[in-house]
Design a protein around this ligand. Structure first.
Ligand SMILES: [Zn+2]
Length: 207
């Protein structure tokens, strides 16, 4: 009785919609899964509209989640398209945001941890630097800004996340009652009145 192929098993394990698995390779840095978007016609990475192909970029990797100590990487050679509105752009892939080297699932994990853990724990757990964490959070917040997010705020926290020995900062405003980030920007938060406490730094110092 023939069982499912390794590719089929990996497809079920990864469970990323719109993506098919073509092969799997074990590498020193983890498991590299060769993938491709299911859609035959490429779409513009910016607007998502179908666009004529332009050329193909060299193969590259996206960091995905880990199973135990084994990191899953997705490998694909993305096409570039000529979008009527945006010009020549890398195509949209279903597993990652435009311009990101991490999968959606990995970015979700970072964002989830960023609301619960101190920065050094996240960096240690995921093996990424703090700047990367800041970039991921910034992108996710921007993507999901809802106009109502600033309504009914009662308990907020202002957190500053620093990297490069305190030369670079990202400032976050967190809605503590709903446990989510409602605002984010590059640079230091201005310390004023009730916004003077930085729960992030307090937590960071304890660890
Ligand atoms: Zn476009």
């Amino acid at each position: 009785m023939a069982g499912p192929s390794v590719g089929e098993v990996m497809g079920r394990v990864l469970r990323i919609q719109g993506m098919s698995v073509r092969g799997v390779q074990m590498r020193p840095g983890g498991l590299v899964v060769q993938v491709r978007p299911r859609q035959r016609k490429p779409r513009c990475g910016v607007c998502g509209r179908p666009a004529p192909g332009y050329d193909t970029k060299p193969g590259r990797l996206w960091r995905h989640l880990a199973l135990g100590e084994t990191i899953f990487w997705l490998r694909y050679a993305p096409r570039r398209v000529r979008c009527r509105e945006h010009g020549v752009r890398v195509e949209r892939v279903p597993w990652a945001a435009h311009g990101s080297s991490f999968t959606h699932a990995f970015e979700e994990l970072v964002a989830w941890q960023a609301q619960r853990l101190d920065k050094s724990s996240i960096c240690r757990l995921l093996g990424i630097n703090w700047r990367t964490v800041g970039t991921i959070i910034e992108r996710l917040v921007e993507e999901r800004l809802s106009p109502g997010r600033l309504e009914g705020l009662q308990v907020i926290g202002v957190d500053e996340l620093g990297w490069r020995a305190g030369h670079q900062y990202v400032s976050l405003v967190v809605d503590h009652l709903r446990s989510r980030v409602v605002w984010v920007a590059e640079g230091r938060a201005k310390r004023r009145s009730t916004a003077s406490s930085t729960s992030w730094e307090r937590r960071g110092r304890r660890s």
